[in-house]
Design a protein around this ligand. Sequence first.
Ligand SMILES: [Zn+2]
Length: 428
Amino acid sequence: MKKRPARATAYLTAALLVLVALRYTPELPNTPAAAGVLQQMTPRTVAQFVAPVVASRTETLNRGETLIGLFRRVGVSDVAAQEIVRAASGASIQPRYLQAGMPVEFKADSAGQDPTELVFHLGIDRLLRMRHSPQGWVGVEERLPWTTDTVVVGGSIKSTLYQAMDAEATQYFPSRAKDELTWALADIFEYRVDMSRDLQVGDQFKALVVRSVGPGGITKVGKVLAASFNLSGAEISAVLFNSESASPQYYDATGRSLRAAFLRAPLEFRRISSNFGLRRHPILGRLKAHKGTDYAANSGTPVRAIGDATVIRAGWAGGYGNVLELRHRNGYVTRYGHLRGFAKGIRPGVRVNIAQTVAFVGTTGMSTAPHLHFEVLIGGVQRDSRVALKSVAGDPILRSERGAFEARRAQMLASLAGAPGIVRLASR
Ligand SMILES: [Zn+2]
């Protein structure tokens, strides 16, 4: 078909004018500009125009292609194409902002004729269905439904939390969502459990999580309502509770906030190499004096202050390379070594907050690969961070909210206790 860009431009201009008119008079769809072209109709009235469809095909919009261009390519007559574009513009199509690759279904009553029905797939959960009626083309936007349910996932640790989630949650979540759920659990327990260090073979985890499944099976991880880890027999639960006095947060089974004075690890779990890195330190692992924890991570990974603190050292120190030391309120000192560098403004005397980025992972000093060397010192002596950071518990729930919390806890933990799978939340 011969190209007539001037006419196409005129059609598009007209379509845009209709669009503009409609956009500013949404409560009056039957304006003169739209009369006979677009009517707001319920699916039921639209169904009156359904005719048997004998020819159907789906095409996608090419990069840089206009709707008119697409219709011509498909063989739609210019008159019909013009009407459709005008009506579509009055519905939910914005001709200038169409995405290349958008599928458009064409259905005709008989092969070789102009279509009587078009379906524009505007997004994963949105489509515009247009039908030819005696009054002209009618468009109705449809939202494809998302279903929301609640799922219990859980299992035992054989190597890592990633591996365990992969083994146990595949039935309910695709790969990307499994990683998101893994990170969400690490975040919930980040004051209590270092998911890269504290898990051992045979430890158990469980999570009660809201899941949304959309058209085409796309799956989103919603809120984690409750979760638990059983670490060598010690159970730590987390229950999401909407306190009236604070933002929603997680509490353990005794009603203490999972937030505490110290994070269990100076790197976010999601940023640590999933191979868990340096079981044996390339150099320091052979030295008796090595007292600290090493985290493998890419150079440049942000290092977090594990608690509110004052910077007492930020500079070069022999084998540590660039090293940062923070003094915390209870007298603990934390030390971060082999850093590539420090965050802006970090120098002795500066106060920093918990979880603030204070430095970046590197491989300076006595180090052969990027990693963070982390120490906790009490009275100037290195201590096992696993022990030193463990004792600090969060604030208890307010006495006035104790009853509401206990009801919520009972409901959530009962649901969590069920077998893995889709669950109905236990009633209160
Ligand atoms: Zn080290």
